[in-house]
Design a protein around this ligand. Structure first.
Ligand code: NAD
Length: 268
């Protein structure tokens, strides 16, 4: 059984009704946290995640909000504080792709990805930090005043042809995360990024759904398997807990070695 090291802490996980967000929400719930399962579409999937978390004896509710809309993000935090008195952990996970060759990319494709992946993280983190500062440290729950985990990507450092909007959003998250960690370290607010490589979720189905695609993907991954949301869930629990108390401003790569550049294994 998982260690219950997040008992009495309240976590908001954005985009928690699918893929990595779902895996993270379930892992935080299993570690004892009250979990807000944010979703923007497919309420049924969000309710399934809520029920799974409740099966561990933890509390969970689903809250609808588009993370790129300021009023909806503010409302999500207000509903959370009304129900659970505060927020201790934010996992900024919601994200999407709208891929196109750069010279064919529309402004709408560019803007949507920046709005959701980057501005959405700004809006949620700002509300979280406002609430952390209002509440202050509660030593019975955590030595930190609050924890923010930004879902970045290996593409915060690996350029990605055909995905300039996505890679730019993740590069932006790196600076957003580090600037927040720098600005609020003295208030004991910890801010870190998880940088996944290839994780088996709907966002990258075309990269793993056929044997040909999977084998091609494996040429990029020394550890020779695709990641699963549970891999990310375990890291999120660690980063949300006091076990990682001296870690802030860090990008933690969880990628089966993708960022050691397998292409150079035979000399480049
Ligand atoms: P996914 O498509 O399964 O999940 C994305 C989630 O974000 C969904 O729940 C979706 O509804 C939600 N979402 C999209 N727009 C939203 C909005 N405006 N407001 C609220 N929620 C919104 O994909 P995933 O792979 O689980 O992706 C989760 C995060 O992980 C993303 O930030 C993605 O960039 C990142 N990531 C994924 C991989 C991977 O290999 N799967 C690798 C690196 C980073």
């Amino acid at each position: 059984m998982a260690e219950k090291n997040l008992i009495n802490q309240t976590a908001i996980v954005t985009g928690a009704n699918s893929g990595i967000g779902e895996g993270v929400a379930i892992a935080l719930g299993e570690a004892g946290a009250n979990v807000i399962v944010n979703y923007v579409s497919n309420a049924d999937a969000a309710n399934e995640v809520v029920n799974k978390i409740k099966s561990f004896g933890s509390t969970a509710i689903a809250i609808w909000a588009d993370v790129s809309k300021e009023d909806q993000v503010i409302s999500m935090f207000q509903q959370t504080v009304e129900q659970f008195a505060t927020v201790d952990i934010l996992v900024n996970n919601a994200g999407l792709q709208r891929d196109a060759k750069f010279h064919e990319m529309t402004l709408a494709q560019w803007q949507l990805v920046i709005d959701v992946n980057l501005t959405g993280q700004f809006l949620c983190a700002r509300e979280a930090i406002r609430e952390f500062l209002r509440r202050g440290i509660v030593p019975e729950r955590s030595v930190a005043c609050g924890k923010i985990i930004c879902m970045s990507s290996v593409h915060e450092i690996i350029p990605w042809s055909g995905h300039a909007n996505y890679a730019t959003s993740k590069g932006g998250i790196k600076m957003l995360m580090q600037s927040m960690a720098q600005e609020y370290g003295r208030e004991k607010i910890r801010v870190n990024s998880i940088c996944p490589g290839a994780i088996k979720t709907p966002i990258n189905k075309s990269a793993w759904e056929t044997p040909e695609a999977y084998n091609s993907l494996m040429t990029l991954i020394p550890y020779d398997r695709i990641g699963v949301p549970e891999d990310i869930g375990k890291l999120a629990v660690f980063l949300a807990s006091d076990d990682s108390d001296y870690i802030t401003g860090a990008s933690i790569f969880i990628d089966g070695g993708m960022t050691v550049f397998e292409g150079f294994a035979t000399g480049g």
